[in-house]
Design a protein around this ligand. Structure first.
Ligand SMILES: Nc1ncnc2c1ncn2[C@@H]1O[C@H](COP(=O)(O)OP(=O)(O)O)[C@@H](O)[C@H]1O
Ligand SMILES: [Mg+2]
Length: 350
């Protein structure tokens, strides 16, 4: 059986006045049935554009999928017609966005939108859908589901709207849920409830989940695997426990350094310095090189391999590549501690 979702060498670019922005630039990963893959990384690394690409919702006309394959149950979604793709969305694959207010229609009641989502795909009749709508709202933790059905989006709090979005996303029992920062705007208690709900439904329905988050605590609790994204690429990919205990890529080490180091091997440098460059100006070799405390000359000249021989998991870093003759011994002290100052002309262009 093919994996539920297999993404191969996905590239999503934007035309911009400053040239081509390579927002997603050769990304590969897979999500298995019933499992969760987390994509983590700072803001601007291409996580949301990756998610939008899967459903072909990249903002047009500036954005376009330049290449790659998006295999869902073995068939390439990029080969589907617009109509076929529309059926996949919301039926087989559902998505929870970062901004709930923008994805609910302000002119229709919650009940209408929820019922519409279910009957549109023909899985449920009107009567079934109305009953299910009430049940789903109760499950996502709304106190008075009957009343919520009659309300308009603006009458609900942000937390309630996000729960409604989750109810809509789950209403057709999708095989894959894409959740992009699903709980970022919510307080901690609601956050925990929503994550628990997603987990329960995942178990009941054997749903695969692609979770995008910058909250590493959530990753530890929910995900079997992690992909660390930087500057449009995956720089480290593997089992959650392995990456938490021993992040290898200097960027991953920086991200995970903010967590308590219990049980982690090796010494980490302090938090990440510098900022993600704009996607029209990725550094030419290693994209993390200007910010990397372990860098040496080769890093600015030779693009690192994704899966070098000295690592049992993908790590896009010369430190793990025995073919890079001048690499320092691993565990050696960092070469330079100060990040390269951002190029002021690039900064002005942002
Ligand atoms: N409509 C657009 N036009 C041009 N560039 C865009 C557009 N949308 C996103 N981008 C660029 O794509 C990059 C990745 O964005 P995004 O996927 O939203 O990052 P993340 O979700 O990791 O914070 C950003 O640097 C942004 O500048
Ligand atoms: Mg995002």
């Amino acid at each position: 059986m093919p994996p539920l979702l297999q993404v191969e060498n996905l590239r999503t670019y934007f035309h911009t006045p400053r040239g081509i922005a390579k927002a997603v630039d050769g990304v590969s990963f897979q999500v298995e049935q019933g499992k969760t893959l987390a994509i983590v990384g700072e803001s601007g690394c291409g996580k949301s554009i990756t998610a939008l690409s899967l459903l072909q919702l990249v903002p047009e006309p500036a954005g376009y999928i330049e290449g790659g394959r998006i295999l869902f149950e073995g068939r390439d979604l990029l080969d589907l017609t617009w109509d076929q793709m529309r059926r996949v969305r919301g039926d087989d694959i559902a998505m929870i966005f970062q901004e709930p207010m923008t994805s609910l229609n302000p002119t229709f009641t919650i009940g209408y939108q929820l019922v519409e989502a279910m009957t549109m795909h023909g899985k449920f009749t009107g009567a079934q859908a109305r009953q299910r709508a009430k049940d789903l709202l109760a499950r996502v933790g709304l106190q008075d589901p009957a009343q919520a059905l009659r309300q308009y989006p603006h009458e609900l709090s942000g937390g309630m709207r996000q729960r409604v979005m989750i109810a809509i996303a789950l209403s057709n029992e999708p095989k894959l849920l894409i959740a992009d920062e699903p709980t970022t705007a919510l307080d901690v208690t609601v956050q925990a409830q929503i994550l628990a709900l997603i987990r329960d439904l995942q178990r009941e329905q054997n749903m695969g989940v692609l979770l995008i988050t910058h909250d590493l605590g959530i990753v530890a609790e929910t995900s079997e695997e992690v992909a660390v994204m930087y500057a449009g690429q995956i720089v480290e990919y593997g089992p959650t426990s392995a990456i938490f205990h021993e992040p290898r890529h200097p960027y991953a080490r920086g991200l995970f350094a903010s967590l308590p180091a219990r049980g982690r091997r090796g010494q980490d440098l302090a938090t990440l310095e510098g900022i993600v460059p704009p996607p029209t100006a990725w550094p030419p070799a290693c994209r993390f090189e200007p910010r990397c405390a372990y860098r040496w000359d080769t890093c600015a000249q030779v693009p690192p391999k994704y899966h070098p021989a000295d690592s049992d998991r993908p790590v896009r870093c010369h430190l793990y590549d025995p073919e890079i003759a001048d690499r320092p011994a691993r565990g050696a002290a960092p070469i330079a501690k100060e990040p390269v100052a951002p190029d002021p002309t690039v900064e002005a262009a942002r």
